[in-house]
Write a protein that binds this ligand. Structure first.
Ligand code: SF4
Ligand code: SF4
Length: 403
């Protein structure tokens, strides 16, 4: 799909990036079969191939319109289409760049801008933590549909004192410490038993603002993290690990995001190279985990977040680790499909998001699991709002099965 960039876009870096990605597309349509929004709507413009055509039109100077925005907004950026594409089209890069261009050419109507600004300011803020605390206090009086949206408070438990020479950095992210404080602490305790100390550090990974129409703010978060984390890198942390797979994916992309910034490019690339998902890192401790942990015949269903399987390309890694310990992850139909969480998508596109969650929960519960495990805070909160079955991060579950 050749794109003929016209001035002034011919020299615009975002346009050139999107055009080079779209140029690899051979129109085969294999991607449509794995696209959740195409499956729900059956409309070519709500599938990846149709969206690539819309992007091409915009890049070739056709006037940008609300129809283009509508179909690009409905995209979850789940990147299932990238996994399916035989031509290696990096759809995610193309859609991110084109959305930014679209916002420059045709500013979003005031209501949409206000909604996104409010979300950027609220999610992960002190006000978010406060609202969550109030919600938890009132939880037992709320109707079930509302109650499920507020995860019960679980104590994080102690964070081990850093006593080992081997150390990893654990950035906490912005939303997870308030919603699920136990997850990072559970990882820290598992690693402690394996002879690795963990250093917790704060800061949003940058994806929140980047995906809510504030790419400059997202990059500011990335630069702040590079500055804050670098002293730990210089002191020799052997990995940087985020338990939320969406945040982990973002950190793995730091090198690309800051590649044009001479003051940050080198450090950002080094940080990206150190980023590991817990499943990747723990795979190096298989013998020790065999000794410490047992999960014989546990019937669990694992939901692989898109950021883990399509973004980080680590599909099957968590299931392999748990299976080795004796667990029986149940087969999940259409496991490549998004659950509908996708950052703030569940708030911005509630109807599509709800339908995707129903489909996902039906697939996850078909085999009768005792609980559902996942690897990303957004998916866990979103799926949890649709079921009474227990759902939590797999590292919390693992800790419970290790002595
Ligand atoms: S990123 Fe996901 S929702 Fe968007 S076009 Fe690709 S498969 Fe469809
Ligand atoms: S699978 Fe790849 S090459 Fe085929 S239409 Fe989709 S994006 Fe284009």
């Amino acid at each position: 799909m050749q794109v003929e960039l016209k001035p002034p876009l011919a020299t615009e870096p975002l346009a050139r990036e999107a055009a080079s990605v779209i140029g690899r597309c051979v129109h085969c349509g294999f991607c449509n079969a794995t696209c959740p929004t195409y499956q729900l709507r059956g409309d070519e413009l709500d599938g990846p191939r149709g969206r690539l055509y819309l992007m091409k039109q915009l890049l070739e100077g056709k006037p940008a319109g609300e129809i283009t925005r509508l179909h690009l907004d409905r995209c979850l950026t789940c990147r299932a289409c990238e996994t399916a594409c035989p031509s290696g089209v990096e759809y995610g890069r193309a859609v991110e760049a084109t959305r930014e261009l679209l916002d420059q050419q045709l500013p979003r109507p005031a209501l949409g801008r206000w909604q996104r600004t409010a979300l950027r300011m609220f999610l992960g803020s002190a006000a978010f933590s406060f609202a969550l605390t109030i919600g938890r206090l009132l939880r037992s009086w709320l109707p079930a549909s509302l109650r499920r949206r507020i995860p019960p408070r679980e104590a994080a438990g102690p964070w081990p004192v850093a006593a080992h020479p081997r150390r990893v950095l654990v950035p906490r992210g912005c939303v997870q410490p308030a919603l699920f404080p136990r997850t990072d602490a559970a990882l820290a305790r598992i690693l402690e038993r394996l002879g690795v100390s963990t250093v917790p550090i704060g800061g949003c990974c940058g994806s929140l603002r980047q995906h809510l129409d504030d790419p400059a703010g997202g990059l500011a978060d990335v630069r702040a993290n590079v500055d804050a984390w670098w002293p730990q890198v210089e002191q020799g942390v052997e990995a940087i690990m985020m338990t939320a797979s969406a945040c982990g994916l973002q950190v793995k992309d730091y090198g690309r995001l800051l590649s044009e910034d001479p003051a940050y490019a080198q450090r950002a690339a080094r940080i990206a190279a150190l980023a590991r998902d817990p499943a990747e890192y723990l795979a190096g401790f298989a013998t020790e985990l065999d000794r410490l942990c047992t999960a014989k015949d546990a019937r669990i269903a694992f939901h692989a977040p898109c950021t883990l399987q399509h973004g980080q390309r680590l599909g099957g890694s968590v299931e392999a680790l748990l299976t080795r310990l004796g667990a029986k992850p149940l087969p999940v139909a259409d496991a490549q499909l998004c659950c509908g969480s996708a950052g703030a998508y569940s708030i911005l596109q509630p109807e599509m998001s709800r339908r995707l969650r129903e489909r996902k929960l039906s697939a996850l519960t078909a085999g009768g699991p005792t609980e559902i495990l996942s690897a990303n805070v957004g998916c866990i909160a979103h799926l949890g709002a649709g079921t009474d079955l227990r759902i939590r991060h797999w590292v919390e579950w693992l800790e419970e099965h290790c002595s």
